[in-house]
Design a protein around this ligand. Structure first.
Ligand code: CAA
Length: 283
C-alpha cells in the first residue's frame, strides 16, 4: 500500500500540525477547511512553527520552503479524492464526524485509508459509518504536533493488519513513534491523562491548593513539563470535559465523573488558552 498524498480535514491546531509534519516528511498534502480565514491562519501557524524549527537548526532553509510548497489548501472536500490517506481533525463532535466520514467514504478512491485524530470517540463507531471499516483507523497525534513524539494508533474492531502497517509506516516517516492500542474509551493516553487533570481541578474546587501550587507540585515533584492545570488550559477545557464525559459514559465508574468546577468553567466560556482565560489568563 503506497502512500504519497495525504489529505487533512480540519485546519485547526491539530490539523495544521498534522499537515505540517506530513509535508515535512515529503508527502504531498491537501489541507481542507470550511473558510478561507481558517486556512490562512493554519498556513500562518505552519510558517511560524517552521521558522522556529529553522532557528533551532532542526530543519534547513531549503526544507522550510519545500515543506510549504507541498501543502495545497482547499475549501472543497472533493479535492481529497486522489489522496491515499485522509486524516480527519475536525471538531470533537460525533454526529459531525460521522457525516464527514460518510461523505469522505463516497468520494475517496477505493483503496484510500481513512483515519481519525479523535481524542476519544470510538474508532469502531466512526468506521461503521463507512463501507471500508477495514481501511479505517485512529491516528491520535499529541499537541503540539510538530514537537510531540507520540502517535497513538488505534485499531478499530475491523481494522486490517495491512492498514495498521501502512499507518505505522507513515507515522515513522513523519519522525514520530507510533504506539498501537485497542479501541476502548479514551484509548490509553486520555484514559490515563484526563483523570489526573480532573483530579487537579477537583483540588482547586475543594480549596486544597491554588492552581499555581498544584501545577508546581506536579512540575517539580513529578518532573511533568507542564502542570495539569496549565495543560488543561492548553488542551482546552471544553475538550477536557468532552473526554471526561466519554470516559464516564463508556466506563461507568464514578471515578470518571467530570469535576463540577470543570463543567462550570466551560459553561462560563472559560475554555483556557483559546478563549484567553481558564485557570490562568492569556492576554
Ligand atoms: N512548532 C515549533 N516550535 C514550537 C511549537 C510548534 N508548534 N510550539 C512551541 N514551540 C517552541 C516554542 O516556541 C519554544 O521555542 P523557544 O525555546 O525559542 O521559545 C520551544 O518550542 C520550547 O517551548 P517552551 O520553551 O515554551 O516550553 P517547553 O520546553 O516546556 O516545551 C512543550 C514545550 C513541548 C509543549 C512541553 O511543555 C510539553 O511537553 N508539554 C506537555 C505537552 C503535552 O502533554 N501534550 C499532550 C497534550 S494531550 C493531547 O494532545 C491529546 C489529547 O487528546 C487531549
Amino acid at each position: 500500500m503506497e502512500i504519497s498524498k495525504i489529505g487533512v480535514v480540519g485546519a485547526g491546531q491539530m490539523g495544521s500540525g498534522i499537515a505540517q509534519v506530513a509535508a515535512q516528511a515529503g508527502y504531498q498534502v491537501v489541507l481542507r477547511d470550511l473558510e478561507e480565514g481558517y486556512l490562512e491562519r493554519a498556513l500562518g501557524s505552519i510558517r511560524r512553527s517552521l521558522g522556529k524549527l529553522l532557528e533551532k537548526g532542526r530543519i534547513d532553509p531549503g526544507a522550510h520552503e519545500a515543506t510549504l510548497g507541498r501543502i495545497q489548501t482547499t475549501l472543497r472536500l472533493v479535492d481529497l479524492r486522489d489522496c491515499d490517506l485522509v486524516v480527519e481533525a475536525i471538531v470533537e463532535h460525533e454526529p459531525t464526524k460521522l457525516e464527514l466520514f460518510r461523505e469522505l467514504d463516497s468520494l475517496a478512491k477505493p483503496g484510500a485509508i481513512l483515519a481519525s485524530n479523535t481524542s476519544s470517540i470510538p474508532i469502531t463507531r466512526l468506521a461503521a459509518a463507512t463501507r471500508r471499516p477495514e481501511r479505517f483507523i485512529g491516528m491520535h497525534f499529541m499537541n503540539p504536533v510538530p514537537l510531540m513524539e507520540l502517535v497513538e494508533v488505534i485499531r478499530g474492531y475491523l481494522t486490517s493488519d495491512e492498514t495498521t502497517r501502512a499507518v505505522l509506516e507513515v507515522a515513522r516517516r513523519m519522525g514520530k513513534t507510533p504506539v498501537e492500542v485497542n479501541d476502548y474509551p479514551g484509548f490509553v493516553s486520555n484514559r490515563v491523562l484526563l483523570p489526573m487533570i480532573n483530579e487537579a481541578i477537583q483540588c482547586v474546587m475543594e480549596g486544597v491548593a491554588t492552581p499555581e501550587a498544584i501545577d508546581q507540585v506536579m512540575r517539580l515533584g513529578m518532573n511533568h513539563p507542564m502542570g495539569p492545570l496549565t495543560l488543561a488550559d492548553f488542551i482546552g477545557l471544553d475538550t477536557c470535559l468532552a473526554i471526561m464525559e466519554v470516559l464516564h459514559r463508556g466506563l461507568g465508574d464514578d471515578k470518571y465523573r467530570p469535576s463540577p468546577l470543570l463543567r462550570k468553567m466551560v459553561e462560563a466560556g472559560l475554555l483556557g488558552r483559546k478563549s484567553g482565560r481558564g485557570f490562568y489568563r492569556y492576554d
